[in-house]
Write a protein that binds this ligand. Structure first.
Ligand code: SF4
Length: 951
């Protein structure tokens, strides 16, 4: 085969090789994998060669394809479609499939994530040029339709997608090599021109099936072809050398870089340790060996999800840096607003989330979020009434409501994108943000990103009509609700914003992988854990491992799959190791690998095994390590501290152990001296936690399932069902619940009914509800119904006024028995055993027992746990079996009522003295959202001090 492969380990050797061979051959044509590589290649060739007009030509595959087409008269290139358009086409085809087969399809097909999984598989099949008919015959030799089988669904939609693109004259970007291969085989003017100039492919480790076919077609056409191909130093690697049998191979001489490792605590601490060491290194201090190379010769790669954290840490340590790539639109304030607005709309404009949305810094920053939330408006009408006196709030509410209305009533892709643009431009978000930049400099980046995201949106809108004509029906189909959001989300995730101006003398920060030709004196790779490398590899339910293996061993219409085809999980793992080694090769002299020792929940994280393999194979040589995983967040007195980013840890003995720290006295007394009894358990767990909660400081809502709304819905269903049951006790309680649950759920928590992603939650909700109702019905049949003379749902308890506070409560259900005793009930969605220590119902009992002028006698109380279908509580012995409680208990009902009385007295005293000190020994600490506010983590134990003194 007249093709030469020049293999290289280090990118420095690639630079040298390219310079040596091409600095004086200006007629060469180069092909590189991506636009960023073109810049790297230009820099290499320009370093010594003269880069005159038309000297070197550097193409990406899509540019080469267009050149091949346009050089021939009358031949127009196929139109390449973007990821959102690809999504639109597949979504249209899937909708047709759903309307054809409906219930015979697996439920996952209707889930919003299905189109993305399908898209990834379809592109894999296109890249590997798997013929539709061959796939169908290979997987389903009897050619029967099997809509219940995910692989049949894939095969069917793959076939329809390929047909659609062919009919419309479109091309998926995954098919570009197939098209080039076809044009090369056809010959033509450009090919004749190519034959006179060497064609040099740079940076291709391996080729997929379509690329391999294209390269073979090039060789067959007599092109002078050279491939600069990286290697990974793995035994049995399957790169271009193994693929292009018969090619002559020459290895460029390389030197292995050195490796230094850094181990931090959690993810933030890892990045802080890296930043700290870099600054110390610049000053000739710290643990990193060798000379500091200047910031512009250093680059760092993080996982894309960690880039915001990395930016924050680098800024804090004053490290000059440039972001190599812009963030996606999904990471900007534009998308943040869309997501929050849609959540509010789906959940019928609940108080907290709607107040938060309206008072975002770019909406109405001067709005009083807490006052708005406390007004407890629900539904758009109530909200409109609430904000009617404030022009800016009204305008903000109208703009988000208008946008959500378009999404929920539906529209084609152009209508949806236009609605998004109207939302972004309806109020001048950029102006609001700019006005605050002086006080909050971090907002500067948000202003830039927002402007860039809107420009990206305008660009897409300007092309959308063309796409609608090209893609036909699929692009004109109305999308509504979750589908409309899914389309916008694909656009937001695939569009990037401008990364900002580049500053000289700055380090480069890569979110994810760098271009294949990028290399630096010092290369830093963060998060080198087994969790990321190789990470979790799972088989696709659309094409399982066993099916892939079967396809590999078949002869499909004379089309035999190559080893790289439809890679198995083991092959994907090997590809990850190759990528890891190639990333290590980005360091010319030094590679710094860092990793956290624990994840965000404190679980240990292991180092990736790829590092040990690389050391064993001498891919890198070890230069030592720094371990700061022991939680040393602050430097000790014996270490350097980087002021003002860091402060020293106080000297051991400079203050003693807990609680020798003045806890700030409560500076804002409880505004409302009426306390609902539903919060007394929180006070018993920790007064500080109680105080934070009563101030309306709730942990952030991360979207998805909302447990609070689900709980409200469950209570509403039970109350309405119980009232209906009391009207006619001959109808089984379970039947009443079964008939009422869905309409009530839709009224209270609509997302759970309409959102496909919450369908499993909805199933679980229903099954819990029915098991709770069955338990209640069993107690009724067990004699409770006969002993009861009256029952009240949602009963307001008589308030109990104490010295400083008035306690109030609302019982889910109160049963009055024939002998005058009462039983208190509370509905809980989970396991009733979680409430074995709760004093909430006992406190309700106290209110009834202290009622004036007629105190009531408490017979018992019970928490009905729906998930566990059990009751936990306390009762007089003769009522225990009636209430499904165990026959005996170590404590008595009287003990519990006394405990509740004393808890209410404590809480009353705490309010009077404004004393809500944290309970650092609380069992609630392990899952408390206020841990950073109470500063528990900063406290030192006595044994910590003892440990220090031993050192
Ligand atoms: S972490 Fe512990 S001490 Fe701090 S607020 Fe929560 S429960 Fe209280």
């Amino acid at each position: 085969m007249p093709i030469e492969i020049l293999s290289y380990r280090s990118l420095r050797s690639l630079d040298k090789g390219l310079l040596k061979m091409y600095s004086d051959k200006t007629d060469s044509i180069f092909v590189v994998p991506a636009s960023e590589d073109r810049e790297w290649l230009k820099d290499i060739l320009l370093a010594q060669g003269s880069f005159g007009s038309e000297a070197f030509r550097i193409y990406r595959w899509d540019e080469l394809y267009r050149e091949l087409c346009t050089s021939e008269e009358g031949k127009a290139p196929l139109i390449q479609i973007d990821p959102p358009d690809h999504w639109l086409a597949l979504n249209g085809l899937t909708s047709e499939l759903i309307s054809r087969w409906r219930d015979r399809l697996p439920p996952g097909v209707a889930q919003s994530g299905f189109i993305s999984s399908l898209g990834a598989m379809v592109r894999e099949l296109i890249r590997e040029e798997v013929p539709v008919e061959a796939l169908l015959e290979g997987l389903f030799p009897d050619c029967k339709e099997r809509p219940e089988d995910p692989s049949w669904i894939l095969t069917s939609l793959y076939g329809e997608y390929v047909d659609l693109l062919r009919d419309k004259g479109l091309m998926d970007s995954a098919a570009i090599s197939t098209e080039i291969g076809r044009l090369v085989a056809e010959g033509g003017k450009f090919m004749a021109n190519l034959k006179n100039r060497p064609l040099v492919l740079v940076g291709f480790y391996s080729f997929n099936h379509s690329q391999l076919g294209m390269v073979r077609a090039m060789v067959k056409s007599g092109l002078d072809l050279k491939v600069f191909s990286p290697v990974a130093g793995l035994s049995h690697e399957y790169g271009s050398i193994a693929q292009l049998e018969g090619a002559s191979v020459k290895e460029l001489k390389s030197v292995s870089p050195k490796m230094f490792s850094i181990l931090g605590g959690n993810g933030r601490h890892e990045l802080e340790t890296v930043a700290r060491e870099l600054v110390l290194w610049e000053k000739g201090l710290g643990a990193i060996p060798g000379d500091f190379p200047n910031w512009d010769r250093i680059a760092m790669a993080t996982q894309p999800r960690s880039v915001s954290l990395a930016v924050e840490v680098l800024e804090r340590y004053g490290i000059p840096f440039n972001l190599a790539k812009g963030r996606t639109v999904a990471d900007t304030v534009l998308w943040d607003t869309v997501r929050k607005a849609w959540d509010c709309h789906r959940d019928r404009w609940q108080p907290g989330p709607t107040a938060e949305l309206l008072c975002l810094p770019w909406m109405v920053p001067e709005g009083d979020e807490r006052a708005l939330a406390r007004a407890s408006a629900r539904g758009i009408k109530e909200w409109k009434r609430l904000v009617s006196g404030n022009e800016r709030l009204t305008s903000a509410l109208q703009s988000v409501a208008r946008f959500c209305k378009v999404l929920s009533s539906g529209g084609d892709c152009k209508t949806l994108l236009q609605a998004l643009k109207d939302l972004a431009c309806s109020m001048d978000w950029g102006k609001s943000l700019s006005a605050q930049v002086e006080d909050v400099p971090d907002l500067d980046r948000s202003v830039l990103d927002l402007g860039s995201a809107v420009r990206e949106l305008e660009r897409k809108l300007s092309k959308i009509e063309e796409l609608q004509t090209d893609l036909g029906e699929a692009a004109q189909k109305p999308l509504k609700g979750g589908d409309a959001m899914a389309f916008l989300s694909v656009w937001a995730e695939s569009s990037t914003v401008w990364p900002g101006p580049t500053r000289r003398g700055s380090m480069t920060l890569y979110p994810g992988s760098p271009p294949v030709m990028a290399h630096y004196d010092t290369w830093i790779m963060t998060e080198a854990t087994g969790k990321n490398w190789p990470g979790t590899l799972v088989e696709s339910p659309l094409l399982r491992e066993s099916q892939r293996e079967d396809l590999h061993s078949m002869d499909l219409r004379g089309f035999r799959l190559d080893r790289t085809h439809l890679p198995l999980l083991s092959e994907k793992r090997a590809q990850k190791e190759v990528l890891f080694r190639r990333l290590m090769a980005c360091g010319d002299r030094l590679v710094i690998l860092s990793r956290p020792s624990v994840d965000g929940s404190g679980r240990p994280l292991m180092e990736t095994s790829f590092i040990k393999n690389a050391l064993d194979d001498r891919w890198v040589t070890d230069l030592g390590s720094l371990d700061r995983s022991d939680g040393r967040v602050l430097p000790q007195w014996t270490e350097k501290a980087l002021s003002p980013s860091e402060v020293h840890q106080p000297l051991a003995g400079s203050y003693s152990f807990r609680p020798d720290r003045e806890f700030p006295k409560d500076s804002c007394p409880l505004p409302n001296k009426t306390i609902p009894l539903s919060s007394v358990d929180r006070f018993a767990t920790c007064p500080f936690m109680f105080r934070c909660h009563s101030e309306g400081l709730f942990p952030p809502d991360l979207g998805g399932f909302n447990a609070a709304l689900a709980g409200t819905a469950m209570h509403e269903i039970m109350n309405r069902s119980w009232k209906a049951y009391l009207q006619d006790e001959s109808v089984p309680f379970t039947a009443i619940v079964d008939g009422l649950w869905e309409p009530v759920l839709e009224e209270v928590y609509r997302s759970m009914v309409v959102d496909r992603d919450l369908s499993r939650r909805k199933e679980l909700f229903y099954s819990d509800l029915i098991s709770g109702a069955t338990l209640i019905q069993a107690m009724e049949q067990n004699g409770l119904r006969d002993r009861r003379i009256e029952s009240m749902s949602e009963m307001d308890l008589p308030p109990l006024a104490m010295d400083n506070v008035t306690f109030t409560g609302k019982a889910d259900r109160v049963d009055l028995l024939v002998d005058g005793r009462v039983i208190l009930w509370d509905y809980k969605s989970g396991n009733s055993a979680f409430y074995s220590r709760s004093l909430q119902l006992a406190a309700y009992g106290v209110l009834l027992a202290e009622r004036e002028p007629e105190p009531l006698e408490i017979g018992g109380y019970g928490f009905i746990g729906f998930r566990s279908s059990s009751v936990t509580g306390q009762a007089d012995d003769d009522l225990r079996s009636l209430m499904s409680l165990p026959a005996s208990s170590r404590s008595s009902l009287k003990d519990k009522l006394d405990l509740a009385r004393s808890l209410l007295a404590d809480l009353d005293r705490a309010v009077g003295e404004d004393d809500f000190s944290p309970n650092y020994e609380s069992p609630g600490c392990s899952r408390c959202g206020y841990v950073s506010l109470c500063r528990r983590g900063e406290l030192r134990r006595k044994d910590d001090d003892d440990d220090d003194s031993d050192r």
